[in-house]
Design a protein around this ligand. Structure first.
Ligand code: HEC
Ligand code: HEC
Length: 368
């Protein structure tokens, strides 16, 4: 693989001279449209790439505006603000191992909140210690992403939360009715659901369980130095981080990793320039069976990415350096130099935020 291959990828060279004239590809499109063939990434500021490899200079402010500082709460649209009782119930349920068949797995078992919402395993270990086939994405900021799961099979975190509990490879409960029966037998949960859903005649339902978990997840956000930079504090990044940021924008990484979460806003094919080595999991295709959806995955958020190794849906990259090198090769058709990789990784470090330590304290769970 060398740079000549790059010129064989027509969409990447097509629009280099107008870095900012067109909107980001699928990001602006509604999720439904994003399910078909992905918009071709058009290496954003391709034209200036070689010139800006040198340090110094400003980052194009128009490109910078495509990113956004993170919100404090990722509100559920068309819903009243969550009450404290609802959030507290969601936290309990997130930590609740009695929601698994063998009472040994909670959401928190695969999404450790004090480890940036992941398990640091290549792929997650579910019921009976059996390993699944996908890497667990972080729950931080998941509420704000345009869809949940690598293949987008759930629309919101509320919808997502119903999946793992009854997934035989994860928490392995028989069905939602069994889950509700388990919770109804624990008096502390009966009162906690009543407090969280005061207007409901029958508050303890599987849908309400998912609503509570979702409400808790909507405040799992980690503001970082990157947010301070975006809000105008230009001293928030070091010179080498700014160099990495410029590489990220100039090379076209940001055509896919963009917006508030530096990702999480579209599906894209993994292996647009050079086929991805592992073709076992075909991503979005597994759900839609559309040929155009083969190897389409949600572009992951890069917030906290220094903390969420190993990388990719298949956990195939152990280090961030390796992941960035692979992205250069497979997504933009470039063999990145070690110094470019180091600079990009250094900028990615500025996306590592502060954990909300008080908010994620393991709660006291009701006895019974
Ligand atoms: C056995 C480990 C395991 C358990 C237990 C588990 N998860 Fe996950 N979680 C995963 C894996 C693996 C994925 C990715 C699966 C996929 O994309 O197909 C995932 C995906 C997610 C996502 C989507 C994130 C994104 O960026 O797309 C959210 C949100 C989430 N889980 C929350 C939860 C909640 C809430 C619970 C408890 C009800 C839970 N998880 C239980 C392993 C687990
Ligand atoms: C054409 C769209 C596209 C471009 C361009 C792109 N990426 Fe990605 N990126 C993806 C997709 C899709 C994934 C998920 C792939 C997978 O897991 O199989 C991903 C995953 C990643 C990951 C792993 C994150 C994780 O949590 O597993 C990192 C790091 C990353 N990209 C960095 C970069 C960098 C740096 C560049 C520029 C050199 C770049 N990407 C260019 C689409 C893109």
């Amino acid at each position: 693989m060398n740079r000549t291959l790059f010129t064989l990828v027509p969409f990447l060279v097509a629009c280099g001279s107008q870095p900012d004239a067109s909107p980001p590809p699928a990001a602006a499109a509604p999720p439904a449209a994003a399910s078909s063939a992905p918009a071709a990434p058009h290496a954003a500021a391709r034209a200036g790439a070689s010139a800006t490899r040198a340090e110094g200079g400003e980052v194009n402010p128009r490109l910078l505006r495509r990113f956004k500082p993170v919100r404090d709460t990722i509100e559920l649209a068309n819903a009243p603000a969550a009450s404290q009782a609802l959030i507290d119930l969601g936290r309990m349920l997130f930590f609740e191992k009695r929601l698994s068949k063998d009472r040994d797995l909670a959401c928190e078992s695969c999404h450790h909140l004090d480890r940036y919402g992941v398990d640091n395993e290549p792929t997650s270990i579910g019921a009976k210690g059996v390993r699944g086939h996908r890497n667990s994405p972080t729950v931080y900021h998941a509420a704000g992403e345009f869809t949940a799961f690598w293949d987008g099979r759930a629309g919101s975190v509320e919808e997502q939360a119903k999946g793992p509990i009854v997934n035989p490879g994860e928490m392995a409960m028989k069905n939602p009715e069994t889950v509700v029966a388990v919770l109804k037998a624990i008096p502390g949960y009966v009162t906690a659901f009543q407090a969280a859903f005061p207007a409901d005649a029958n508050p303890l339902t599987y849908d309400n369980l998912a609503r509570a978990i979702g409400a808790f997840e909507r405040k799992l956000v980690t503001p970082s130095r990157w947010d301070r930079y975006l809000k105008g504090d230009h001293d928030a990044l070091t010179a080498s981080e700014v160099t990495g940021l410029k590489l990220f924008t100039d090379l076209g990484c940001m055509t896919c990793h963009t917006g508030e979460f530096v990702g999480g806003s579209m599906f894209q094919k993994v292996g647009v320039a050079v086929a991805w080595p592992n073709q076992q999991d075909q991503g979005r295709f597994e759900i839609t069976k559309l040929a155009s959806d083969r190897m389409l995955f949600k572009v992951p958020s890069l917030r906290n990415v220094t903390k969420t190794a190993p990388y990719f849906h298949d956990g195939s990259a152990k280090t961030l350096e390796e992941a960035v090198t692979l992205m250069g090769r497979h997504q933009i058709g470039e063999e990145l130099s070690p110094s470019d990789v180091t600079a990009i990784v250094s900028w990615l470090g500025s996306l590592t935020g502060e954990l909300p330590l008080k908010y994620i304290q393991p709660p006291q769970l009701p006895p019974g």
